[in-house]
Design a protein around this ligand. Sequence first.
Ligand code: NAD
Length: 508
Amino acid sequence: MTTTESTDQRSGTTTVGHWIDGEHVTSTSGRTAPVYDPALGVVTKQVALADQAEIQRAIASAKAAFPAWADLSLTKRQQVLFAFREILNRDKAELAEIITSEHGKVVSDALGEIARGQEVVELATNIPSLMKGEFSDQVSTGIDVYSIRQPLGVVGIISPFNFPAMVPLWFLPIAIAAGNTVVLKPSEKDPSAAIWLARKFQEAGLPDGVFTVLNGDKESVDGLLTSPDVESISFVGSTPIAQYVYETGTKHGKRVQALGGAKNHMLVLPDADLDLVADNAINAGFGSAGERCMAISVVVAVEPVADELIAKITERAATLRIGDGRRGCDMGPLVTEQHRDKVASYIEVAEQDGAVIVVDGRTVRPDGDENGFWLGPTLIDRVPTTSRVYTEEIFGPVLSVVRVRSYEEGLELINSGAYGNGTAIFTNDGGAARRFQRDVQVGMIGINVPIPVPVAYYSFGGWKNSLFGDHKAYGADGVSFFTRQKAITSRWADPAERGGPSHGGINL
Ligand code: NAD
């Protein structure tokens, strides 16, 4: 047991509580949810679901910590970020193990998400430069205009199950470095990574109350959305909840950025290197068992490439080792049994809708416990674009192939979708790629890169139903989201015009 958990001596049940005022707080709400080890298929602990008193206590603690933290010099705040970066880097194997044990993704994928989160920590160490204002000298005689950035106050972060460390780290470092205090509501499916982060921030010197973890469900989310003491909400999750969070949060006067679901297409032109495409389709379709908002879920093959490409993907899918993420496998289980069953049900839908199941993940033989939530890589050809397999986000290791006759047909298909998170084009024609980047209605585009997650100093976010609000995550948008600007118009009379005695050696 770590300090992130408490154990009931009689039942032996471990419960993940909250992190408030710099310590693990055992919940008294009486409500909990099970946390599974997906590779074993068993409940390993419970997570507390906060009640109203705990929600209010968490927000009050963050509110009380705000004035002193916001007032601390940029240098002192920066030093906490530098120290946290070192600790995260030192102890990342420990965090990866926690992620794998609750999410199921293989350890190398867990380390990958930590690395992407660490990038944002590194960006936030540069907060003195990022928060610099503007200055215009002598806009009128004796008058200067300048701007400064100030923190918002208490900010809320609500994160999904699929990146329990990276998604909080998309927001946390910049929010904290800018002088805000944070209440994070992690996914109840894998809550321990958030408490681990809080503990490590404390070790880095972050004052108590600056970072609070509130575990819970809809009640906690609603508590943050409606509290007059919470200034902003950064949400990542499914589209219906993102829309709800955006509408409810803005109705309550908050700044909201709500990132939603996705259905990402990979457009393959006939001149593409099909071995490269197949390698990338495997990584982008089945990495983290397809539970990534930037996963490729549809390969749009411009004929005549489909048959050859499908053969290459099939060949590679057969070499993947599916199993317990702690055993060096390529792909782990899905997060819960319920989610695994839902994803698998789309294979039946595909069969009913006349698609061709090329690789069927339901027959997988995993290197892991038979009770794990397994589903192998699945490849489905000739998916009708009217099928729910095509129109809905599946969020699992299911890769669909849609065959088109031309670039234009492929582009039109991608642009007609409800989501606009990521997309990729594979081609050796630079002109075609350039045209695609200009024509496609999607927020993040890869050219011969299947998962184009921008580096920390650009911003992450999609279009359409993949993002509600006008600020993306991290980068310049992140700094803008977590700060409020003031513009100051200032007049100081020149001493020569002011009259009276000269002073300070100025005698004009
Ligand atoms: P989810 O929407 O079920 O949950 C996200 C968060 O919302 C969790 O903290 C959860 O507790 C809370 N929540 C769930 N139901 C709620 C309700 N009715 N009212 C209020 N809050 C509620 O998402 P998930 O299953 O945890 O994550 C997977 C989804 O997240 C996928 O749709 C995926 O595409 C999306 N996602 C998007 C991005 C992106 O950057 N666009 C990144 C990662 C994940």
